[in-house]
Design a protein around this ligand. Structure first.
Ligand code: SF4
Length: 124
């Protein structure tokens, strides 16, 4: 059976509503996109949706108690909760460098989790 799925393209302020038609999971047609980026976005959202994950991890001995981290590339959307859960138990030691690898190849995705700012050690 042919089915329609609607997506809002988030790649520019036009926010096109993109209609994707599939039959038995196979993409047949994409409509409504003003450019090729929207077609690629809708197909990826349907077949393999991915998200960049951002959160914080604890830091021992830093000027702040936590440092922001992010995945170095988007990971499969179905793994977002597991990524956050895996990072909940991590604690770094200050000082922390920007871009420091916190967890390599998280959950076997081939994507590293890295810090997105430096965090100096607290001076006593
Ligand atoms: S389809 Fe193209 S023009 Fe439309 S929102 Fe996406 S990037 Fe922008």
């Amino acid at each position: 059976m042919r089915r329609k799925h609607d997506f809002i393209c988030i790649n520019c302020p036009l926010s096109c509503t993109v209609e994707l038609f599939e039959e038995n999971g196979e993409v047949q047609e994409v409509r409504g996109n003003e450019c090729a980026v929207g077609e690629k976005y809708a197909v990826t959202e349907y077949l393999d949706p991915r998200r960049r994950v951002t959160t914080t991890v604890r830091v021992r001995g830093g000027v702040l108690p936590v440092v922001p981290v992010a995945t170095s590339a988007p990971v499969p959307k179905r793994l977002v909760r597991e990524v956050v859960r895996a990072l909940a138990g991590v604690e770094l030691q200050a000082p922390v460098e920007m871009g420091q690898v916190v967890m390599p190849d998280i959950l076997g995705t081939g994507v590293d989790v890295v810090t997105t700012r430096p965090l100096p050690a607290k001076r006593d």
